[in-house]
Write a protein that binds this ligand. Sequence first.
Ligand code: FAD
Length: 447
Amino acid sequence: MDGTKKVAVFWFRRDLRWHDNRGLYEALNSGLPVVPAFIFDRAILDELEDRDDARVGFIHSELQKMNREIGDIGRSMDVRQGKVEKVWKELLRDYQVVQVYTNRDYEPYAIQRDKKVQSMLAEHQISFHSFKDHVITEAGEVEKKTGGPYTVFTPYKNTWFDIIGREGGENCSLEDSPFLKYYPSEKYLDNLVRIKGTGVPKLEELGFSESSIKIPSRVVKQSVIKQYGKNRNFPAENGTSRLGIHFRFGTLSIREKARKAASLSNTYLNELIWRDFYSQILAEFPHVVDGPFKEKYARIEWINDTDDFKAWCEGKTGYPMVDAGMRELNQSGYMHNRVRMITASFLSKHLLVDWRWGEAYFARKLLDFELASNNGGWQWAAGCGTDAAPYFRIFNPHAQLKKFDKNLHYVKKFVPEYGTDNYPDPIVDHKLARERCLRVYKEALDS
Ligand SMILES: Cc1cc2nc3c(=O)[nH]c(=O)nc-3n(C[C@H](O)[C@H](O)[C@H](O)COP(=O)(O)OP(=O)(O)OC[C@H]3O[C@@H](n4cnc5c(N)ncnc54)[C@H](O)[C@@H]3O)c2cc1C
């Protein structure tokens, strides 16, 4: 590639695909040859606790795959690592960049990082264009009729449907909505520059190694989505899509999945709306990153017993559904949604361990970790979030087991010693823990 030729850079982040990629589509239609760039951000990598973090391996293998795909047409990705601003300086040195395109990332760190990059580019008279791709609706698009963000899901969802262009209901078709438009970026890949000597660094060069954790497939049987409403609550069933990681890193288009879901399962579509909901909560109420949505819950006096927390992390609490969930998470990087609710409720309410400890543990382990949804899920479970459900509704882990895994198929898969002498006694009595939680919450909220 001739370094004097004017180019646009498309900066990949949580959108690792050639197909139906909004910002990439705009870049490829800008009239300039496009450099497809990705930066392994050391500020993020250096914070990760596990050197075999499966998410890094996943990003790496997806980039290799993408690079191979454009290799067929004589093109290559430019993948680098380092502190983001430093890498951008290198990119500006190596190419004559006149425009930069990207898809928006809504996490607080990313927003700050992008602001810095944008102002650095502006100093070089380089324009920065960002697009919505990661969500269907972003903050500010679904608002109350009187203005301002929704903080309760159901009215948010109703307005979401109005705005997307129709009322909710069975067998609806959303295909024509501009919110779910298809951007055929993959058809314009000839507009990528021809670059030599670039490509993807080795995983070891990034300081990471392969994980033994298997990444869920991005291909889901139609029957799973069709039967989702019926099966989704039973962790022993293959009843959910396991697409979380693909939505997180954009290896699937959320618009494409929503278009398909709309004709197959309203319940599934509903879950994708939860994702938008929590994304806008994070954007509108950034204080949730560090503390409760409902601020008076900050007064709760957590016990924070480190032995209890360790037993919870290791799946050794003596509550089989909790233990199965934690072991599933530790072994596979995944935990079923029903069990996420049970384990999170157990930690915050039965053990009175600060929900932020659990949130951080999930963030470390979940393949599909998204700050907004993880934070929303944890605040929901601890009772301090946007949800209207009163805190005194405390999950009974025994009742949850009877209802959602009565044949113990899920429990036995992850806790084979359950029912033998090797299985530990409960670390806390359910009735006493419930009463203690009610007392501690009440004291905090009445004070
Ligand atoms: C304590 C707790 C922590 C959670 N942490 C995360 C997280 O870090 N990342 C994450 O994506 N989800 C999180 N969730 C939500 C939900 O549990 C997962 O999205 C879901 O279990 C992922 O499995 P799946 O891909 O098979 O989802 P499916 O049931 O097949 O749902 C499809 C997709 O819809 C979205 N979705 C489903 N449920 C929710 C929800 N309640 N909130 C937001 N989006 C949802 C996800 O993108 C999911 O992949 C959390 C829930 C709880 C209770």
